[in-house]
Design a protein around this ligand. Sequence first.
Ligand code: BES
Ligand code: MN
Ligand code: ZN
Length: 497
Amino acid sequence: MKFSIRTLAPARAAAGCLVLAARGGEELAREARQADKAAGGALRRALVRGDLAAKTGATLLLHGVAGIAAERVLLLRLGEPGKYDAAAFRDAVRGLAAALKGIGAKDAVLPVADLAVVGRGLPWTVRMTALGLREGFYAFDQLKTQKKPPAPALASVTLALAGTPVTRQAQAALAEAVATADGADLARTLGNLPPNHCTPAYLADEAKKLARQYKLGIEVLERRDMERLGMGALLAVTQGSRQPPRLIVLRYAGAAKSKKPLVLIGKGITFDTGGISLKPGAEMDEMKFDMSGAGSVLGAIRALAGMRAPVNVIGVVPACENMPGGAATRPGDIVTTLSGQTVEILNTDAEGRLILCDAISYVERFQPEAVVDIATLTGACVIALGHVASGLFANDQRLADEILAAGEDSRDRAWQMPLWEDYQEQLRSNFADMANIGGRPAGSITAACYLARFARKLKWAHLDIAGTAWRSGREKGSTGRPVPLLVRLALRKAGRR
Ligand code: BES
Ligand code: MN
Ligand code: ZN
């Protein structure tokens, strides 16, 4: 789907579909009212007859409205002005996307300012509209050979500004949204791919593809490199699997060499059985999404490179599979991490922190400005925050605040949890420097506390995306989160608000 933004009076737009917003009751939004004038009041009459449901996101399709150049008019319900906030905006855009998917129009025109939310400027509205529509149009059907739903006809969307010139900020917002959507699509597709397709080697190949396409620096470490370096924790996780591990390093340099990079580390467990501490069978298929952190890192880099963002970012993805078997790590095994600290692996299902701790030590060499790891780390995080917010932990409050703000801004929100020393004692081991689990209480926090022991020399934050990276049930699938947050974070750091 192609997006553009231009100055255009809605009634005169020759398009397959003109989208006009209705607020509550019989009230049309501002630019929609102008169009209604040209239509001799036909749109308001439809509202008066009660044909548009009151629910935010409801739509009503009208054909051949006299005075309107477009073939169709799609009325979109926003809701009562007092109740129309960012959450209602999201519902409205979702409803719009669903309606546009179901009609034959090839192009649509949308007076985007009518969707504006109090307190958020036009660039935000442009960005979130384009991102929301792209999200609604995402489909993963590459592995269905039959009964594929027909592709939507809609090929282009024009965001129309009536009577106001298109500012550079609005243009930049649209470019940012399109690139972010491309990145989120990549993250979603990598997440949705089955674990027999999306292996560590596959992730590395995808990273190489990105490197070619966007002229990025790339380096891929293999098992022997990890052995040479002494990544005992990462090696312990991969040793039960037939799939060879990879450690992917992807660099995007959009700013001066002297500018220290933002390092993003993504957990890339392409399937998590739990290992010898085997998981129960129910919903185990969803552990193909355990590489969602990795997907979000590749997606964020694709987005930033695609929009030529003035930032330096290095993406690091430790990728392997967590399997049981004769060669697998046993509960009780003690390994030496890249940092030199020893770990007693009391539960092989707490594998994410094992691959991440070595990746965190590894990135010290890049002298990062900041490090953020992104991981589907703990089921406990789903219990704490559900599917709404990602869990945030940080050893630097300014970094935490930037991440929280980036989350608010992109509506891809995080919520900070404590990283207090008080929790560290739960990780004590009788036989090694630490254990890899801290017991049932505060499971997400002790996982973060474990990682913090490897990040002492870094400005570091950790995002636990166990609850936000994918949806279960009928709508099962990757969400592409937190690509929008990560992109916003990198741009904020580059001074773009
Ligand atoms: N990948 C899982 C976390 C997870 C579980 C995410 C369910 C989403 C849904 C992680 O590797 C894991 O197994 N964590 C364990 C840790 C425990 C053994 C300390 C967990 O959360 O149960
Ligand atoms: Mn696990
Ligand atoms: Zn896992």
